[in-house]
Design a protein around this ligand. Structure first.
Ligand SMILES: Nc1ncnc2c1ncn2[C@@H]1O[C@H](COP(=O)(O)OP(=O)(O)OP(=O)(O)O)[C@@H](O)[C@H]1O
Ligand SMILES: [Mg+2]
Length: 358
């Protein structure tokens, strides 16, 4: 394998007695887009600040392109960083903001203006060089911050929630723009967000963080469809979780007992009697007739139907009174009414079993 662009080895950072980063191992391949996803306070920004050199680790190692960098100051690490609040200099023009890192590095004047123009073109801000940040829209300021990070031709990009200050429409546009720019430049990127939609759509891999540790790392589909823990399952998207006990092992499948009824699912390496959690995403739960012979089918009562436009969210009560949610495409053919009793079903291959019990 090629030398990773970034390698974190048992990285630790403490504030007082609290470990904000508590033993993180992570390798980012050249050109790879890796997202750190997790709730507020889980250590995402602290991890970026350690990589960038704004904080010194209390343990572990950081390698950039195979080089140990713990003892290098930020400007010698050749990283481009975009901060959550952009941190643009308000009194400087756009061009001077972008030129800042090059001046710090004592790049020749003629080269600076050429590279600033090139960076502004890259983020589609040609002609904006003379403006000041307060004469720009939020999305344009965000692009200036990106140009300022890219102009030094960094070996890697670190982006700390760069889209969180933008409105929904602009955020979705910038998602696409950052992704295509990142791919075009082939630059390894660590992106921080607590927005699961951003993480799923932009990343090659997602590292889900909790309490200073990485709980699971994998491709978006792996994290969404095969979460390793209840925390990961619950953090990304909606999910139905049903406590279950392994009744019997039958070939590659297991029979499960749940309060909502019997079920079958695929899972390896568990023994009869083990407590687990059966999970099914709402879009994989079906209602009404049409279940194939091998489907798991339970009785359920429709509690409420929430209209979201393209989809209908059907809230259900299961046999034991617990709640579940099914999501149906609003194709005009499906009608559900609160109070109606129906069959809820899913194919065993659409369920996923987590080894932790509820
Ligand atoms: N300079 C500091 N001094 C003391 N504690 C700190 C400091 N910086 C961060 N912390 C604590 O470390 C933990 C991790 O903070 P961090 O900023 O890395 O979280 P985060 O995942 O980026 O959260 P958010 O999504 O809210 O930005 C938090 O409990 C925070 O209070
Ligand atoms: Mg943060």
């Amino acid at each position: 394998m090629a030398e990773p662009a970034l390698k974190l080895d048992k990285l630790v950072k403490r504030f007082g007695t609290h470990a904000a980063v508590d033993g993180i191992d992570l390798a980012v391949a050249p050109g790879e887009f890796v997202t750190l996803l997790g709730p507020s306070g889980c250590g995402k920004t602290t991890t970026l600040n350690l990589i960038a050199g704004f904080l010194a680790p209390d343990g572990g190692h950081i390698q950039l392109g195979g080089r140990m960098v713990e003892n290098l100051p930020p400007f010698q690490r050749d990283l481009g960083m975009v901060f959550q609040d952009y941190a643009l200099f308000p009194h400087m023009t756009v061009a001077d903001n972008v030129a800042f890192g090059l001046k710090m590095r004592k790049v020749a004047k003629g080269e600076i203006s050429a590279r600033v123009a090139e960076a502004l073109a890259l983020v589609k801000l040609d002609g904006f060089g003379a403006r000041r940040p307060n004469q720009l829209s939020g999305g344009q300021r965000q692009r200036v911050a990106l140009a300022r990070a890219l102009v030094i031709r960094p070996t890697m990009l670190l982006l700390d929630e760069p889209l969180s200050n933008l409105d929904l429409k602009l955020r979705e546009e910038m998602r696409t723009e950052i992704s295509s720019l990142q791919r075009r430049l082939g630059i390894a990127t660590v992106f921080v967000t607590h927005d699961q939609g951003e993480a799923l759509t932009m990343s090659d891999r997602i590292a889900v963080m909790r309490d200073g540790m990485i709980e699971q790392i994998g491709a978006p589909a792996e994290i969404y469809e095969r979460p390793a823990t209840r925390f990961v399952a619950g953090f990304i998207g909606s999910i139905n979780m049903v406590p279950a006990k392994v009744d019997a092992i039958e070939g590659g499948a297991v029979r499960l007992a749940t309060p909502a009824g019997p079920a079958r699912a695929r899972i390896d390496g568990v023994s009869a009697g083990a407590g687990v959690t059966l999970t099914v995403r709402p879009e994989r739960l079906k209602l009404g007739p049409g279940a194939p012979a091998d489907a798991v089918a339970w009785q359920a009562r429709v509690e409420r139907v929430v209209y979201t436009g393209a989809r209908l969210e059907v809230q259900l009560a299961l046999a034991d009174g617990s709640s579940a949610m099914a999501e149906a495409t609003n194709d005009g053919s499906t009608r559900f009414t609160a109070g109606q009793t129906t069959t809820l079903w899913f194919r065993p291959e659409d369920a996923w079993v987590i080894r932790e019990s509820a």
